[in-house]
Design a protein around this ligand. Structure first.
Ligand code: FAD
Length: 382
């Protein structure tokens, strides 16, 4: 392992690897430190949906610009990340939700996004297996350029491209301390040795709170336990991701034919338990077959847990932390960190390599929680 680097990134998930690639492309000497294997955190557990339909302007902007990057990413990285654009269909269940949906759609359209409000009878034109009565929908919104990619292939493609550009990626290496002097980053201490550096990126997912404590920074992060399942492979039935903010359900059909989806468990209160539960299976099966009765004889093959790193406003914490020079935040993704990773790494690369900041980065700084008027992202599942 190197003993010196321009930048040390803690965490080998999609955000850490994507940033390593972009920084290495700018000619910086980058080291990634991952305590387990690449994509061992939330990245490897995720649904990997890519949605541009958000309620806050920043999230919509980040997602829209990220989709533009996803569209050419396989070619850029030289590996197929299985990016597909089947759209996202968001169910709307009552008048209150419809009012919010209309507001969201107006804002999203002002950013140039093609997104439509569907009448109930138009829903099955997009996803034929849905039962409108069962899903209790009075309409839906649909954006045809939303999509999905393979989270493992994306992370490994970034990592391979970063290595080719000279980045060093250390797996099975744990960060145990981050050293500062005069409120400035000096070194990262791992169980395999120490790396001298002026810049540390905290991309450690739910563990980023512990990493921040090493430099006496408090992050308002809460881990939320999530469960998700995959069924056996089926013939192609639909292309869009179906979600409902009210029911919390999301599901899509993968390239190989499995249905992958999740739903929050009503009595779940968060925490670090990793054991999957029967309560989830039962609640998911009941809701999924209410939405799509045709799936009632389908077998579930796999079921696993993962964690959201949730902030009070469901938006990430990005950029340099004012109290510690060189400590860069890249976490708090609150369940949507895969889809915005291309733009997150783009903006953080501008910040680290060119000292360039942006309105979006400023609005997502840790400092925002000192203010009173925090705008909460409303378009979240779970
Ligand atoms: C069930 C589920 C479904 C989801 N669905 C979606 C979706 O459809 N779309 C979407 O955009 N997002 C989704 N997400 C959220 C998404 O997975 C995350 O926001 C994203 O993957 C975060 O990536 P990351 O690189 O920031 O963090 P992670 O992937 O969590 O990576 C952090 C890494 O840091 C490492 N680490 C921690 N501590 C240390 C240490 N001390 N030393 C070294 N390494 C350390 C961990 O091992 C881990 O690999 C979902 C998440 C879950 C759990």
């Amino acid at each position: 392992m190197k003993s010196k680097a321009d930048v040390v990134i803690i965490g080998g998930g999609v955000n850490g690897c994507s940033l390593a690639y972009r920084l290495a492309k700018k000619g910086l000497d980058v080291v990634v430190v991952e305590k387990r294997y690449l994509s061992a955190g939330a990245t490897g557990a995720c649904g990997a949906g890519i949605r541009q339909q958000w309620s806050t302007r920043e999230n919509a902007q980040l997602a829209i610009q990220s989709v533009k990057i996803f569209e050419r990413l396989s070619k850029q990285l030289g590996q197929d990340i299985e990016f597909r654009q089947g759209g996202y269909l968001i169910a709307v269940h009552d008048e209150k939700e419809m009012k919010q949906a209309e507001k969201n759609v107006a804002m999203q359209r002002s950013l140039g996004l093609t997104v439509n409000i569907l009448e109930p009878e138009e829903i099955t034109g997009v996803v034929p297996i849905l039962d409108i009565k069962g899903m209790r929908a009075i309409g839906a919104t649909f954006c045809p350029t939303d999509g999905h990619a393979n989270p493992f292939k994306t992370t490994f493609a970034y990592a391979d491209a970063a290595r080719k550009l000279g980045a060093e990626i250390n797996t099975h290496t744990t960060v145990i301390n981050v050293k500062t002097a005069k409120k400035t980053i000096r070194a990262v201490v791992t169980d395999q040795g120490t790396i001298q550096t002026d810049v540390v990126v905290n991309a450690a997912g739910i563990d980023s709170k512990t990493i921040a404590e090493m430099v006496k920074v408090k992050l308002p992060l809460t881990p939320f336990r999530k469960e998700i399942l995959a069924t056996e492979r089926l013939q192609p039935l639909f292309e869009a991701m179906v979600i409902s903010f009210k029911d919390g359900i999301y599901f899509s059909q993968q390239k190989e034919g499995q249905i992958v989806g999740g739903i929050p468990i009503p009595e779940e209160k968060g925490g670090y338990k990793t054991m999957p539960t029967f309560a989830f299976l039962s609640h998911m099966a009941q809701t999924l077959t209410r939405y799509a009765p045709v799936l009632k004889h389908v077998n579930v093959l796999r079921h696993w847990t993962g964690f959201y790193d949730v902030t009070p406003d469901a938006r990430p914490i990005l950029g340099e932390v004012k109290e510690v020079k060189g400590f860069i935040q890249c976490s708090g993704f609150s369940g949507h960190g895969f889809m915005i990773s291309p733009m997150v790494s783009f903006l953080l690369t501008e910040l680290i390599a060119e000292q360039k900041t942006s309105e979006v980065l400023e609005s997502l700084s840790l400092d925002r929680f000192k203010g009173k008027n925090i705008e909460k992202e409303l378009s979240v599942v779970g």
